[in-house]
Ligand binder design. Structure first.
Ligand SMILES: *Cc1c(COP(=O)(O)O)cnc(C)c1O
Length: 243
């Protein structure tokens, strides 16, 4: 500590986030290099759930452009605060979407990453058409272990759901999202995701996004072609709850 200089909590938090962010960028750059992929081919989405809007604003000030949230009530409040501060970010909704929240989410989200049923596609399409001037980007969440309890589409439902998104006027099919299954080697799961992403883009050439990789497995995800990694803990710190 520099003598005579009081370091405020916000300065301290900014310094902490800056150090964490630098480390995450280094990890992403190293993973890109190891995979022979160009630096900058992976976008960082900072998953800010459970952390306050003040952290989102600090991250924005440090150059973060994309943030992720998983609960509508929390996300809508934060998005409003950030927007009131005059800061424009891309908001990714990464949690389970309750259909009665589709309208609220469509109003502030730029991307909904967790679409996994035809009923949800219909609800989001209607909501997006009602509250947005442009289509809402949607990623299909893929279940890599076939356990529907953890969210995501399994098997041929992927093609049914992605075709439904592609033919919805209110939605734009961006690509795929997945969370590595618990207790499995993530590389195998992400390799499977890459295969599905290749099949998807063959029929939907605009659907190039592959959102995969979290704090514990971003390297494996980048190795298998992730275009977006979703990082919470490594940037913001441990969360109190298991969200
Ligand atoms: C919380 C969350 C993340 C971030 O996870 P960390 O392990 O904290 O990096 C990524 N994706 C989804 C869908 C999440 O819910």
């Amino acid at each position: 500590m520099i003598a005579g200089r009081w370091v405020g909590t916000e300065d301290w938090r900014r310094a902490q986030l800056a150090a964490n962010l630098e480390h995450v960028h280094e990890r992403i750059a190293a993973a890109c290099q190891a995979a022979g992929r160009p630096a900058g081919s992976v976008t960082l989405t900072a998953v800010t759930k459970t952390y306050p809007a003040s952290d989102v604003l600090l991250l924005a000030g440090l150059g973060v452009t994309d943030v992720g949230e998983n609960k509508d009530q929390e996300a809508s409040g934060k998005a409003a605060e950030v927007s009131a501060a005059g800061v424009r970010l891309r908001w990714h909704f990464v949690g389970q979407v309750q259909r009665n929240k589709a309208k609220s989410i469509s109003a502030y989200a730029d991307v909904v990453e967790s679409v996994d049923s035809l009923r949800l596609v219909a609800a989001l399409d209607r909501a997006a058409a009602a509250v947005r001037g442009e289509p809402l980007e949607v990623l299909i969440q893929v279940s890599l272990d076939g356990d529907p309890a953890r969210g995501g589409v399994a098997g041929d439902d992927l093609w049914r759901v992605s075709d439904a998104v592609a033919s919805s006027d209110g939605l734009r099919l961006g690509g795929l999202m997945a969370v590595a299954p618990l207790g499995q080697e993530p590389g195998q799961a992400f390799a499977r995701l890459a295969e599905l992403a290749g099949q998807l883009v063959a029929t939907h050439p605009g659907a190039t996004t592959v959102s995969a990789g979290m704090s514990g497995d971003l390297e494996e995800a980048v190795r298998h072609g992730a275009t977006h990694v979703r990082i919470g803990t490594s940037l913001l710190g441990m969360r109190n709850s298991l969200r």
